[in-house]
Design a binder for this molecule. Structure first.
Ligand SMILES: Cc1cc2nc3c(=O)[nH]c(=O)nc-3n(C[C@H](O)[C@H](O)[C@H](O)COP(=O)(O)O)c2cc1C
Length: 269
């Protein structure tokens, strides 16, 4: 990421919003009230691009990012968004077909917008996009768990279910997304939060696209326990696998929401 704020001076109305919104205060006005980096500001800058996002006239560019290439923010239908949250379900039955490419493209585009604690380029997503690749992972998982002399309790359960014809790990999903984090580019706390936030965004967005998802401990265990499965995910060196979300075209449709009990919530005055 090139950290360079540049100003189209004829567009700048010198309102100072970019300065006020800058999380680390790395911007200042020059003698003509145009924003610029303070001394050492460029090094401290988190590259969050808030300055470009907030500028009312689109006067600020950030490196090669031009405000004309951003999309306008809007007004959102919060009731519809809440309905999506309430309607999201874990899907354990999938059609034996690939997730349409245009939907996967939308998902990979969306992932760029997931917030991270240090605003660093610290996440990696391995996206299994074909049912053939998924089948390779599935086959290897069960072959290895069946041949394993000392499977862990979860793998023992999976092994037995598979012998009865049940894929209780991948549930017939034709895609999955594994998220990994570059630990050298994060701080404690963010290393657990960043990947999960990304998958939580993906979970809801995928369901808004009509896809099914499943947070999958079993798949994570399989990847961590079976080196051959881990290597099929092509997690880059220096990254550690954090979580896996299964994805596919659902073979079930839920007609209504569930009616969960509230979590413990205490309102503090
Ligand atoms: C972190 C996490 C891990 C999960 N792991 C699995 C799993 O390995 N296998 C599975 O079938 N479901 C798994 N689930 C799905 C939960 O069992 C599911 O959320 C729960 O049954 C409630 O259903 P709902 O998501 O439709 O509300 C997991 C869910 C979460 C949040």
């Amino acid at each position: 990421m090139i950290k360079k704020v540049s100003v189209e001076k004829e567009k700048c109305i010198h309102c100072g919003m970019c300065l006020n919104d800058c999380i680390l205060g790395v911007l200042e006005f020059d003698e003509n009230k145009n924003p610029r980096y303070r001394e050492n500001g460029e090094n401290l800058c988190l590259a969050c691009q808030h300055c470009m996002a907030i500028c009312p006239t689109g006067a600020l560019s950030f490196g090669d990012k031009n405000p004309a290439n951003s999309i306008e923010t809007g007004n959102y239908d919060s009731d519809e968004f809440l309905r999506l949250i309430k309607s999201r379900r874990s899907v354990r039955k999938y059609k034996n077909e690939n997730v349409p490419k245009d939907k996967l493209d939308k998902i990979t585009e969306m992932l760029k917008f997931s917030p991270t604690g240090c605003n660093k380029d610290n996440l990696h997503f391995s996206v299994v996009e074909t049912k053939e690749k998924m089948e390779e992972i599935r086959k290897l998982t069960y072959e290895k768990s069946i041949s394993s002399k000392n499977p862990t309790p979860s793998m023992e359960t999976a092994k037995q279910a598979f012998q009865n014809g049940d894929d209780i790990i991948y549930r017939g999903a034709t895609s999955m997304v594994a998220v990994a984090i570059d630990k050298s580019k994060t701080v404690p706390g963010c290393e657990t939060a960043d990947p999960i936030i990304a998958l939580a965004h993906l979970d809801l967005y995928a369901q808004s696209l009509g896809l099914g998802t499943l947070w999958c401990d079993m798949a994570l265990i399989a990847a961590n326990e079976i080196p051959e499965v881990y290597s099929l995910l092509e997690i880059p060196e220096n990254y550690s696998l954090n979580y896996i979300l299964l994805l596919g075209v659902p073979a079930v449709k839920y007609k209504r929401t569930i009616q969960p009990e509230r979590f413990s919530i205490k309102l503090l005055k």
